[in-house]
Design a protein around this ligand. Structure first.
Ligand code: BT5
Length: 328
């Protein structure tokens, strides 16, 4: 109900909406309307109340509470269920717990702060309160487990597209899981899988997006290679709105991918990428080498040509663009 009240007040764009009309449109008592308004105020919304004119939304805090996320959501599956936590170990861990307990596809877990935000391969993801968008999405794709890695590229394309539309800036994708601007990392993606040999139980896609940080908010070792939307654009972005935009782009691409297969994702990935054609240094569990990133395979692996001419197919690993300072 709070979401609906918020949506109706938002629609009014700063004009008053009477308590009587809210109560009529939502079919609840005026006392119930007042209680929900009070609760929205407790959440940090600035709402003017006048006995004769009703209620007027003056300002929204940049909070990630569920009503704020859901009001204006345009998706039909992603984000229909949202769990918000002021603090979590990691949204991926919580999403795994929910998925194991049967949470449906499209469930979103979002946290204001992660105490043990995870990168890939045991690395950590810095997730301070109030400064970024740290969330995970539960997927249950009817795919063979071997295709799960493609979902990282699907996710990167969805985030890349959403950020380009939201900012007008040329955010680019570095294989396999980074979204960069000017070689600096603005977003990282961590895809985790639970599967049997022939069947995926669930996939957790964790997305970390830096939003409000200033350079000094990053630890010194990240300052040269991390970026926030604020630093990139000088603008303020509402995180709930960004989340809705990402979910909308993601849902559209995900269902198109399930229907049409990976080639259409590959095509957009190629348009948005900053990896192909570059000199790269590659690190896998088998060691490191340098070469030229040539192409993505049909399945989403990176093909790299070594100086010897040998072409190596990389299924998982870290790629450093030799022209950038970035190293994972
Ligand atoms: C990633 O790993 O980039 C995946 C990051 C996924 C984070 C999300 S947040 C929501 C969800 N819940 C989680 O617990 N995780 C996911 P990787 O490619 O391994 O990059 C990790 C490296 O990025 C670190 O070793 C640092 O060098 C750098 N890094 C850490 N925090 C960063 C930040 N906030 N911004 C930019 N770079 C960062």
């Amino acid at each position: 109900m709070k979401e609906q009240i918020l949506a109706l007040l938002t629609e009014k764009q700063g004009a008053y909406l009477s308590g009587a009309e809210l109560s009529r449109r939502l079919n609840i008592s005026r006392t119930a309307v007042w209680k929900h308004i009070k609760s929205l105020k407790d959440d940090g919304y600035s709402i003017a109340a006048s006995p004769r004119r009703g209620y007027c939304l003056l300002g929204k805090p940049d909070i990630l509470a569920v009503p704020e996320i859901k009001s204006g959501l345009t998706t039909r599956v992603f984000g229909q269920k949202v769990s918000f936590f002021p603090q979590l170990d990691s949204t991926n861990e919580e999403a795994k717990r929910l998925a194991a307990a049967g949470a449906p596809e499209g469930t979103v877990v979002v946290a204001e702060q992660q105490l043990q935000g995870k990168g890939r391969l045991g690395r950590s993801w810095i997730s301070p309160p109030g400064l970024g968008l740290w969330f995970s999405l539960i997927l249950r794709p009817p795919l063979l487990p071997a295709r799960a890695a493609q979902l990282t590229l699907v996710s990167a394309v969805a985030v890349g597209r959403a950020l380009r539309v939201a900012t007008g800036l040329p955010f680019a994708l570095k294989w396999p899981n980074d979204v960069l601007l000017d070689g600096k990392k603005v977003c990282g993606i961590l895809t985790e899988l639970s599967a049997e040999i022939e069947k995926i139980n669930y996939v957790i896609v964790g997305i970390g997006l830096n939003v409000h940080q200033k350079p000094g908010d990053f630890p010194p070792e990240l300052r040269e290679r991390a970026l926030s939307l604020k630093m990139a654009t000088g603008r303020f972005f509402r995180r709930a709105e960004l989340l809705r935009k990402i979910l909308a782009h993601y849902e559209e691409l995900y269902f198109a991918y399930l229907e049409q297969g990976f080639p259409m994702v590959l095509q957009v990935w190629r348009e948005l990428n900053c990896t192909l054609g570059k000199e790269v240094s590659v690190t896998t569990t088998e060691g490191s080498f340098r070469g030229t990133a040539l192409e993505l395979s049909e399945g989403g692996c990176l093909l790299v040509r070594k100086a010897s001419g040998e072409i190596v197919k990389i299924m998982a690993g870290d790629v450093t663009l030799c022209c950038d300072y970035f190293d994972n």
